[in-house]
Design a protein around this ligand. Structure first.
Ligand code: SF4
Length: 374
């Protein structure tokens, strides 16, 4: 199949596009597989590093203006809890943030304390699994009122190569090799993935087939772009679905998430009920708790009714505060009471531990880049 290749970065090209590229360059077809392996599995940083290719073809690629196209790491902030917030810059100067969150017993020992530092020195690795939080757009247009990213507005969509590139750059920096190393991906960084659906889903396929991260270790979160929820359900290869809910009724949700005017809770919960879950899969509802706004006992009971019948779990996130955000973090006992009501009603409910708050890497905090680097 011939494909019109407009981009000059190799990252982001699927195997059939690489096949077109090698054919147009007069090279045998098997070169496409070699390119695919080098870009996604070996994660080379330049075309010159692709040692399986002939010197002549490598030169042709460079002469044609092709580069691998990895983002550059313009900033790196390390939290006391081991979380790393990366500032990734692309060729046009736009940038996004990508967050690395190591987890597990050893990871938690590396807490910046003397004991943690000592353990880090003794072991080559201070975590046993990790999660990368990936951005899908520069900024975000959805305007959730509790989110710092929302204050930015949207600048542009990322390409599939730029989405994959964030992950490859972090894996290279952390010296991690999936599938041997257990890495989870959450598409919950800057942007609404479902407003950049084609690039997002292409990136997912490249990450599964190329980089080697199983789809079962990926979760995409949406603010509720209902038609794309149906599209995701029809995909052959897809991440798990999380819906950022945050309110149990339309009046409150529209106030917190104006997108609710377009896709109401009735439409959203219908899409959730229709979503074709796989064996043992659960949908996730995320709920950011805002003090005295959406965290009352009545809100909890309303939420139970709203999601009744959906095979789902609820992730509760006490607001990560930030400048310009007109809400407060609820006290721990309010969070506990809300959680108890859900659990007592049979809804599996988890409290998400905030990661990297001190470096503005926690949920809804991805936009402090300029302030932190100034
Ligand atoms: S919470 Fe997500 S969808 Fe809402 S404004 Fe922030 S980044 Fe956009």
């Amino acid at each position: 199949m011939m494909t019109d290749i407009k981009q000059s970065t190799l990252l982001g090209l699927a195997l059939h596009e690489l096949t077109s590229l090698v054919e147009e360059s007069g090279q045998p077809q098997y070169r496409a597989q070699q390119l695919f392996e080098a870009i996604y599995r070996q994660r080379v940083e330049s075309a010159e590093q692709i040692s399986t290719l002939s010197q002549e073809f490598r030169l042709t690629l460079v002469q044609k203006g092709f580069s691998v196209g990895l983002p550059t790491v313009d900033g790196k902030f390390v939290s006391v809890d081991g979380t790393v917030r990366y500032l990734m810059a692309f060729a046009d100067g736009q940038s996004v943030e990508t967050v690395w969150m190591p987890e597990g017993d050893a990871g938690e020992a590396g807490d910046g304390s003397e004991a943690g530092n000592e353990l880090e020195k003794q072991t080559s690795r201070n975590w046993d699994r990790a999660t990368i939080c990936v951005s899908s757009q520069v900024g975000c247009a959805v305007d959730c009122k509790f989110c710092l990213t929302g204050l930015l507005g949207v600048k542009r969509n990322l390409t599939a190569g730029e989405i994959v590139g964030q992950i490859v750059a972090v894996l290279n920096d952390q010296h991690v090799a999936p599938p041997r190393d257990r890495v989870n991906l959450v598409f919950m960084g800057m942007g609404e993935p479902f407003l950049n659906y084609d690039s997002f889903i292409k990136a997912v396929r490249l990450l599964v087939e190329g980089v080697g991260i199983p789809e079962s270790r990926m979760t995409v979160s949406t603010a509720g772009i209902v038609p794309r929820i149906y599209d995701l359900g029809a995909e052959h290869v897809r991440p798990k679905l999380a819906i950022s809910l945050n309110a149990p009724n339309d009046e409150l949700r529209t106030r917190l998430m104006p997108i609710n005017r377009k896709w109401s809770l009735e439409k959203l919960t219908a899409a959730a009920r229709d979503f074709p879950l796989r064996n043992r899969e659960r949908l996730t509802f995320e709920y950011v708790l805002l003090d005295e706004v959406n965290d009352s006992e009545e809100n909890a009971r309303e939420l139970v009714e709203l999601i009744r019948g959906v095979r789902a779990k609820v992730n509760l996130i006490a607001l990560n505060p930030g400048p310009g955000i007109p809400f407060q973090t609820p006290a721990q006992d309010r969070v506990a009471r809300f959680q108890d009501i859900l659990i007592d009603s049979g809804v599996p409910t988890f409290g998400r531990r905030p990661r990297g708050r001190d470096i503005y890497a926690a949920c809804g905090q991805l936009k402090r880049t300029l302030e932190m680097t100034a």
